[in-house]
Design a protein around this ligand. Structure first.
Ligand SMILES: [Zn+2]
Length: 138
């Protein structure tokens, strides 16, 4: 334990958090858009930069089952926007090939919400590589 040992914080994964209120809004939007997809951007708190507090709707976002719902050229240059959220009316909250392509091009955290015909929701969160990450609900 040397006094001058370098900090290794860059190797520690970000501990993401999301507010319960934001998550509930995401679930409601996913359900109300069913059987179409819901898509939006995730915005973090400006002070607590690992805490997702808000969804930002993209103008002209296309709903559909193609998963190609985000137009990269419309994404804002806004460092409080950290990633995306979209729903899968297939109920399966796993990224498609198109999703992985998107994740690799934009953002650091991505939520997929699986919605069933009965209004049940499940959610999973992924990093830019499509690896699952844990998010604490606060
Ligand atoms: Zn998808």
């Amino acid at each position: 334990m040397g006094l001058f040992r370098r900090k290794t914080t860059e190797h520690i994964p970000v501990q993401w958090k999301i507010t319960k209120k934001c998550l509930e809004l995401i679930f409601e939007s996913s359900k109300s858009n069913y059987p179409q997809e819901f898509g939006a951007l995730l915005r973090v708190d400006r002070v607590n930069k690992n805490t997702i507090i808000e969804v930002v709707l993209l103008p002209g976002t296309i709903s559909g089952d193609s998963h190609a719902i985000f137009h990269l050229y419309m994404l804002p240059v806004d460092y409080s926007v950290v990633g995306t959220v979209h729903s899968h009316p297939s109920a399966i909250a796993r990224p498609s090939e198109a999703d992985l392509d998107l994740f690799g091009h934009f953002g650091r955290i991505h939520i997929i919400v699986g919605v069933t015909h009965f209004g049940d929701v499940s959610w999973r969160t992924y990093d830019y590589k499509g690896s699952e990450v844990l998010v604490e609900v606060i």
